[in-house]
Write a protein that binds this ligand. Structure first.
Ligand SMILES: [Zn+2]
Length: 120
């Protein structure tokens, strides 16, 4: 279970939290949901194998990490975890992104046409 490390002020996530965050991210209809999901903040794909737990750690520009869906009630529970790009961290629109995420999960996402390459 995730916990807040009060020394560093970072949330420490375990493998189960990682899986929950990934499973909460919108699926891409023409890609394997175990491998690719959509980052809600930029709407580009994330690759499951490219994970970083802490955004302050050195990571690739496409790496994904875990954010909280609702920071108004920042509960460290699986349904509040969401996979997003580490580089998109902080790009939320609302303190509570639950409604937006629900809408995005109903949206039909497709992989970019020229294969998976991001322009960030
Ligand atoms: Zn992103």
């Amino acid at each position: 279970m995730a916990f807040l490390d009060e020394k560093t002020n970072n949330i420490v996530f375990n493998d189960k939290d990682k899986m929950s965050a990934w499973d909460n991210a919108p699926e891409i209809s023409d890609a394997d949901p175990k491998k690719y999901r959509v980052c809600m903040y930029c709407q580009f794909p994330m690759d499951y194998s490219d994970y970083v737990m802490n955004v302050k750690t050195k990571h690739s520009k496409d790496a994904w990490t875990i954010d909280l869906i609702n920071i108004k009630k920042p509960k460290l529970v699986p349904k509040n975890f969401l996979a997003i790009h580490a580089n998109c961290f902080g790009n939320r629109q609302n303190e509570n992104e639950k409604r937006r995420l629900r809408k995005y999960r109903r949206t039909k996402w497709m992989m970019p046409k020229e294969g998976y390459k991001k322009s960030k």
